[in-house]
Design a protein around this ligand. Structure first.
Ligand code: SAH
Length: 218
């Protein structure tokens, strides 16, 4: 309960309002709605912003990065579950750790890569505190994926490359899904599924993510 102090008596109500809003925007998967209800988003932003944590909006987390909008987190999680509960998920861009925390409730093992060290350090502390023990993070470049634990049932990008990195596609399991925002000023969320016949690409919707950048930041 300590963690809820300071965000006021309305917190439960505001949280439920967000869930209602997600439903109104077409999120229907029960497990996704449950995971979103259970994950305390206010713990993933600085205290000064915690009163805005249950608005359906992206929020700054420092280093010019943002915690993604709840709608898009829910949408991508829903897409990640379309073939059932994934065993291994690779997330590119841990950021605050919020999406990893949501994923930890609906998949067996989460692997998450972040290029900005101080963000990763903070995310690790939060995930430990929330006992998300099935999330493993590393300081690395998402363009490289995470070969050691490949192949993945789902690879989910939280930052947008200009084009689809082929290297990532090669770390997909058979039947696996790559969910990735792609593009510069105008971006599309795309889904690539590795099928027996080859790749099946679908454009999901227009999105706006921070760019995926190469190399590490200390
Ligand atoms: N899933 C995060 C969203 C963070 S925004 C959350 O729930 O908070 C996207 C993150 O991707 C940023 O933290 C950014 O530093 C990171 N990022 C950008 N390019 C990357 C790359 N090549 N490898 C790993 N992380 C990257």
């Amino acid at each position: 309960m300590t963690d809820l102090r300071g965000i006021g008596m309305t917190s439960q109500r505001t949280r439920l309002r967000l869930i209602e809003r997600l439903k109104a925007q077409g999120i229907v998967h029960e497990q996704v709605l449950e995971a979103m209800t259970e994950t305390p988003r206010h713990l993933f932003v600085d205290e000064a912003l915690s009163h805005r944590a249950y608005e359906d909006t992206a929020l700054p987390i420092g280093f010019n990065q943002t915690l993604s909008q709840p709608y898009i987190v829910a949408r991508m999680t829903e897409l990640a579950l379309q073939a059932g509960r994934p065993k291994r998920v690779l997330e590119l861009g841990t950021g605050s750790g919020y999406q990893s925390a949501v994923l930890s409730k609906v998949a067996d093992e989460i692997y998450s890569v972040e290029r900005i060290k101080p963000l990763l350090d903070k995310a690790r502390v939060r995930l430990r505190k929330l006992k998300a023990r099935n999330v493993r993070c590393k300081h690395g470049d998402g363009f490289e994926g995470w070969e050691e634990f490949a192949p993945f049932d789902v690879i989910l990008g939280a930052a947008a490359p200009e084009t689809v990195p082929e290297n990532l596609v090669s770390q997909l399991a058979s039947g696996g899904l790559l969910l990735l925002p792609v593009g510069g000023d105008s971006q599309k969320l795309i889904q690539i599924q590795l099928t027996e016949e080859g790749f099946e690409e679908t454009i999901v919707e227009d999105v706006f993510f921070v760019p995926m950048r190469e190399g590490l930041q200390r």
